[in-house]
Design a protein around this ligand. Structure first.
Ligand SMILES: Nc1ncnc2c1ncn2[C@@H]1O[C@H](COP(=O)(O)OP(=O)(O)OP(=O)(O)O)[C@@H](O)[C@H]1O
Length: 357
């Protein structure tokens, strides 16, 4: 099942011409520079703007085609904007209840309590909206959207108005949502780390056109796209906690790249998580080195070498487990190692972060 959008429009110097087909599950990240048309696409999906000739379908439901147009309030959407837009005269409870009341009881898929628990807003329920931090407000906004049992959740740069600390605070909640709620989401952002943390599928936009659309894991490592050259470029993969080493406070995980060790033992054995390995944290050696403090090492083959600025090289590796890894190293080191396509090497990851905890 998929979500489809066909949209062509002109607005002065800006023109948009897109034909999208995205999965009706998981998170689709919509990324592109300012003015590339991301919000325009979300608004068309939501039915907030009615563009002539547009087609919007979700699964086997038609939201817009020809003269047919389903009004926004009948599309059963959750929409979360940059600014949370909560009702300031209502408490947190009142705001989330408002979301729940938007849907008839028979159609309610997510109970009020579930929406509240999923975003961890129980302790805030009796507070006034004015007494919340920016991050808390945004969590309440997502809980309110979720309480309306949406068929689709649209998130338009939900973290962009927050400072870095608040962003770090809310991302784990959004990831939990991603894992547990089962509502498809379209997530607009400029941020590569947010995309890496959240998206299963990715649509890259530029000047009103789709540059690429596909699995996030594949697009994040494509050296011909700008994402891989971003300072925060990273690969993200699913992993399962396989064992704890209580004596050293470590957990071992099975990932497509091979076994991974992370600090902390809070995660239950068997739990599925996502791990992120940043390109700048991966170094390359020709052989397995003894006497290193680095715990995570993967046997791999060099698949691609691409210039990354004047002094650096982006190396795409394929581990023996079949997973892609990115390493950003200096040109100097690449030459010193004599790196070539097809060469067997060892990738050492200085740090592996857990995205879902
Ligand atoms: N109501 C409007 N009237 C005229 N032009 C508009 C209107 N809304 C947006 N635009 C123009 O349409 C283009 C796409 O805007 P859109 O908001 O979709 O971009 P965006 O990718 O979401 O940008 P940002 O990341 O800055 O939010 C821009 O050139 C913008 O100036």
């Amino acid at each position: 099942m998929s979500i489809e959008l066909k949209l062509e429009l002109e607005r002065g110097a800006f023109s948009l011409d897109v034909e999208l087909q995205i999965p009706q599950r998981g998170v689709t990240g919509l990324i592109g520079p300012s003015g590339s048309g991301k919000t325009t696409i979300l608004r068309a999906l939501a039915g907030l703007d009615r563009h002539r000739g547009a087609v919007v379908r979700i699964g086997n439901e038609v939201w817009q085609q020809g003269r047919g147009f389903v009004q926004t309030h009948r599309r059963r959407l959750g929409y979360v904007f940059q600014e949370p837009g909560l009702f300031s005269h209502l408490s947190v409870r009142g705001n989330v209840e408002y979301g729940a009341k938007r849907v008839a009881e028979g159609e309610r898929k997510l109970a009020f309590d579930e929406a509240v628990a999923m975003l961890g807003v129980e302790p805030l329920l009796e507070r006034n909206v004015g007494e919340l931090s920016g991050g808390e407000r945004q969590r309440v906004a997502v809980a309110r959207a979720l309480a309306s049992s949406p068929r689709l959740l649209l998130l338009d740069e939900p973290l962009s108005a927050l400072d870095d600390d608040a962003k770090r605070g809310i991302l784990p909640w959004l990831q939990k949502l991603h894992r547990e709620c089962g509502v498809p989401m379209v997530y607009v952002t400029h941020s590569v780390p947010e995309i890496a943390a959240m998206a299963d599928h990715l649509v890259i936009l530029e000047s009103g056109r789709v540059v690429e659309s596909g699995a996030a894991s594949a697009l994040l490592v494509r050296s011909d796209l700008t994402l891989a050259h971003h300072g925060e470029a990273a690969v993200v993969m699913e992993a399962t906690v396989s064992a704890h080493d209580a004596a050293y406070g470590l957990s071992r995980l099975k990932s497509p790249a091979g076994d991974v060790t992370v600090v902390g033992t809070e995660l239950a054995v068997g739990q599925r998580v996502r791990v992120r390995i940043a390109a700048r944290d991966v170094s390359i050696t020709r052989e397995r080195q003894e006497g290193t403090s680095i715990l995570n090492r993967f046997d791999a083959v060099v698949r691609e070498l691409a210039a990354d600025g004047d002094a650096q090289v982006l190396v795409r590796l394929e581990t023996d487990g079949g997973a892609a890894l990115l390493a950003r190293i200096t040109k100097f080191s690449a030459d010193a190692l004599g790196l070539a396509i097809g060469q067997r090497v060892v990738a050492q990851a200085k740090s592996v972060s857990l995205l879902v905890g």
